[in-house]
Design a protein around this ligand. Structure first.
Ligand SMILES: [Fe+2]
Length: 271
């Protein structure tokens, strides 16, 4: 039965039931897998990121279109569309936090089993530059939110996994992830999650993070780990990359190219 805040009765799935989870996502748009990640791992990852996401974090626009070779980043951004901290862990770089990378890849492979694709899909790059990066997001209490949107997708299943590291009712009072299911009911997903669970959902459905409200006794927001599948840009077509190139480096590169051309012309004439 559907309700305003969620499902009064939710089928239970474990990590070995990929086909059950797949059926639930095809039917409802999302599914919750119980008991996937240990409390010890959650505690360690949570401690790392709650310490790393400091209030003094430099403000910078979120990266919505990363390019190949991009450096890892930890950013904070507040706009008319969102307010959050976000980390970007690209697989060609050393991990920001080893355990976050390890758990992120493990869950990405589980997500691939649920989606019915090669278990390492997203870890290597397709000719269209499709791949994943590992990311954590922190929505601070009283401010953190993300507007309702649908993720860009092609014919591939744009299904996400999401591991919550703070919990509604225990760490924060209200707000969090809501998904419009396939019956067009806006479901309060965070209210159904227990520590160690993993949420799977179809990112092409409308979803949002409602502004996080703190519990009276705690000053904690909403922390999550997931991976983002995307089409990486080519560096020379990325405005952000081109803006990072200094005028001096640009002129030097052009002069080097001119010099090579002149040398090759000289060699051609006198050999
Ligand atoms: Fe999204």
């Amino acid at each position: 039965m559907h309700t305003e805040t969620g499902y009064s009765q939710m089928p239970e799935y474990g990590p070995d039931d990929a086909s059950g989870l797949r059926g639930a996502i095809l039917r409802d748009g999302f599914a919750i897998c119980r008991g996937v990640v240990s409390m010890a791992e959650i505690a360690k990852i949570r401690e790392f990121w709650l310490h790393r996401f400091q209030p003094c974090q430099a403000t910078a626009p979120m990266i919505w279109g990363p390019h190949l070779g991009e450096e890892n980043q930890v950013l904070y951004h507040e706009t008319s569309d969102c307010c959050m901290f976000r980390s970007y862990d690209f697989l060609w770089n050393p991990a920001i936090d080893l355990l976050t990378r390890e758990v992120g890849l493990r869950l990405s492979r589980l997500r691939n089993a649920v989606a019915g694709v090669d278990h390492r899909s997203g870890e290597y790059f397709e000719p269209d530059r499709y791949g994943i990066y590992i990311t954590t997001s922190y929505y601070p209490p009283g401010r953190g939110w993300l507007h309702a949107h649908e993720d860009r997708a092609d014919e591939r299943r744009h299904w996400h996994f999401m591991l919550l590291l703070t919990f509604k009712g225990q760490d924060y009072k209200a707000g969090g992830l809501h998904i419009k299911n396939r019956d067009d009911v806006r479901v309060d997903v965070d209210a159904m999650v227990q520590p160690g669970d993993v949420v799977f959902f179809d990112g092409s459905l409308t979803h949002d993070v409602e502004q996080i409200q703190a519990l009276p006794s705690r000053d904690l927001g909403r922390l999550q780990l997931f991976s983002i599948p995307t089409f990486m840009e080519r560096p020379h077509e990325s405005d952000r990359f081109l803006q990072s190139v200094s005028l001096g480096a640009y002129v030097k590169a052009r002069l080097r190219r001119l010099k090579q051309r002149l040398i090759s012309q000289y060699d051609y004439r006198y050999t």
